[in-house]
Write a protein that binds this ligand. Structure first.
Ligand code: ADP
Ligand code: MG
Length: 572
């Protein structure tokens, strides 16, 4: 897993090397500082040479400047590295999700994908930036400081270094406590938010039961729990800060006292003692970093593992090697003994045989749940059949590339999905490289022109969250315009007008009929009035295809269709 993790550094090798070597340089300069101070006090000061002191000070200043610049480089390029890796992963994840087949989206909650894309990747990015660099620099600083201290005075060095594990323990203990406290607090604020959302969106129900006081009391409890949790978190934080402060002072004090004793015994010079105190202070930072890593590492790696789990999930439906790119299909569709199930629980289609001639309009009717939508989803190969085969113009659809197959099929459903963007962009979704003229023509064919002309910004009017809200009929017209642009030989209308009122449906039907001209069209319909003109009607039940014939034939046959027919036309 670690090897996989590091493979993401590859495209950013140069950045990594510059960042890493700058970080090493900063650490080395940091280590050199106490040594310089020691030399300054013990050698330079007694000489009393003011001119040299000034020269050395200017030199020190230059080194500081260099160190400052390098620290900027480390901070900026290090974060750049992290962000680059995070961006690569995010793009990879997004691309991967879009390569997936329908079943993936049936089984995946949008929220989970979202949290992978936002939270997990943020943690991973942090780890990618801080992980290797901080671990290396921290260890290098601790070892380097220890060696230098050891060269000055071994006994004092060992005393100082023995305190490091205790420091790391203390800092880690504080971090763990703090994390738990914050986590608990996040849970409580989530409760508060959920309560607000619930009771405000249910405000009408609250009012009709006059349960306002009950809601207020419930909220008071949640609000109070959040207050308590937040107080605990701040208390832990205050404790952490003060105990860290005390620990660092304590270590300094120990070195001061023991150092003083050594100095009195003339085993240590003043400069060496000052140098020791500076070294001890230098050690605080790597200790802090190691402890932060102890926490960041499992979090980032857990996120990375979840990320890889998703990335390694191969798309269910893939192009066969040697699959052909079809174009200009005529639209003869053949179902040959098709069996299909979504999962092992139950067969949805059990041996469907069906032949549709190019240019025909076929209506599918039947009870909901019978499998009409399923039949239509198999044609663009959204799912693969379990047994049997579907072919178009005599070619098994599994021998076509998905891209070319789907480019030959247009689907209009009950819910039209509009993307955030302009009216024009939404129509052009049917053909991304469409010219303005083509878009206008499609809109005209879908009888959308007058409506668009009435909009404040015409074709440039924004649709979606903060823009225009379209009525069901207008949305369907937009979907129809998309289809005119796409211009596929095969058209599937899956209850396209079922959500509309009868009047709107009648008007939209006109556009749909125009769209269906010269195409093989499968119409799944609820209201029988809309399928009068179909060449054939197919009645689908859970048992399979029950009836197949012309509208009038089936009405007179006295079977399921004629029963459906009499029920619907009595009601109206
Ligand atoms: P219709 O369009 O005729 O109303 P469907 O084709 O949508 O029927 O559904 C046929 C059967 O398949 C139903 O029992 C339904 O519950 C099931 N089904 C539909 N879609 C899925 C899916 N994505 N996953 C699992 N089962 C499904
Ligand atoms: Mg359906």
């Amino acid at each position: 897993m670690l090897k996989k993790f590091f493979s993401y550094y590859k495209p950013h090798k140069r950045l990594f090397i510059i960042d890493f070597s700058s970080a090493i340089a900063v650490a080395l300069l940091e280590l050199a500082f106490p040594m310089a101070v020691q030399w300054f006090i013990d050698q330079l000061l007694p000489s009393g040479d003011w001119g040299r002191i000034v020269t050395v000070s200017i030199l020190l200043f230059t080194v500081y400047l260099l160190s400052t610049f390098l620290q900027y480089v480390v901070s900026y390029l290090g974060h750049k590295l992290g962000i680059n890796i995070e961006t690569d992963m995010r793009q990879q994840l997004f691309n991967h999700v879009h390569r997936q087949s329908f079943r993936f989206f049936d089984n995946t909650k949008t929220g989970h994908v979202m949290s992978r894309i936002t939270n997990d990747l943020f943690d991973i990015g942090e780890l990618a930036h801080h992980g290797p660099e901080d671990a290396f620099i921290a260890v290098m600083t601790i070892v380097g400081a220890f060696l230098l201290m050891f060269s000055i005075n071994p006994e004092l060095a060992i005393i100082a270094i023995l305190m490091i594990p205790f420091l790391i323990l203390l800092v880690t203990f504080c971090n763990v406590k703090m994390n738990a406290a914050w986590q608990n607090m996040y849970g409580k604020i989530a409760d508060v938010n959920a309560r607000v959302e619930d009771s405000v969106s249910g405000a009408r129900v609250v009012k009709s039961f006059t349960n306002e006081n009950f809601e207020m009391a419930r909220f008071e409890t949640d609000n109070g729990n959040f207050r308590k949790a937040k107080l605990v978190a701040y208390n832990v934080m205050a404790w952490t800060h003060s105990s860290m402060y005390m620990m660092t002072r304590l270590v300094t004090l120990v070195v001061l006292v023991v150092g003083a004793w050594f100095t009195i015994k003339e085993k240590l010079s003043i400069g060496e003692m000052v140098s020791f105190i500076l070294f001890v202070n230098i050690l605080i930072k790597p200790v802090d970093k190691i402890s932060a890593l102890l926490e960041l590492y499992p979090k980032g790696m857990a996120g990375f593992r979840r990320f890889r789990d998703l990335i390694e999930q191969e798309p269910e439906i893939q192009d066969r090697p040697g699959a052909i790119a079809v174009s200009h299909l005529k639209g003869d569709i053949l179902f040959d003994d098709v069996h299909f199930r979504y999962d092992d629980n139950k067969d949805v289609l059990n041996g469907i045989n069906l032949s549709i001639k190019a240019g025909e309009t076929i209506a599918f009717v039947g009870p909901s749940g019978a499998g009409k939508t399923t039949i239509s989803s198999l044609i663009p190969r959204f799912y693969d059949v379990n047994e049997g085969a579907i072919s178009i113009d005599g070619i098994d659809i599994r021998n076509m590339t998905q891209q070319s197959l789907r480019s030959q099929i247009g689907i209009v459903q009950q819910d039209v999905f509009l993307f955030t963007g302009t009216v024009k962009e939404n129509i052009a979704y049917g053909k991304l490289d469409a010219t303005d003229e083509e878009v206008f023509e499609a809109a005209q064919k879908a009888h959308l022109e007058d409506f668009i002309a009435s909009l404040p910004d015409g074709y440039e009017t924004q649709i979606g969250e903060r823009g225009l809200k379209l009525s069901g009929g207008q949305k369907q017209r937009l979907a129809i315009a998309r289809m005119f642009l796409k211009n596929p030989p095969i058209l599937i209308l899956d209850e396209a007008t079922s959500a509309l009122d009868t009047e709107t449906e009648r008007i939209i039907q006109q556009s749909l009929n125009e769209l269906a001209e010269n195409r093989t069209t499968l119409v799944i319909a609820h209201r029988l009035a809309t399928i009068r003109d179909a060449d054939r009607v197919i009645v689908v039940t859970e048992e399979g295809i029950a009836e197949d014939g012309k509208y009038e034939e089936l009405v007179n046959k006295g079977g399921i269709f004629s029963r459906l027919h009499s029920i619907q036309f009595q009601e109206v």
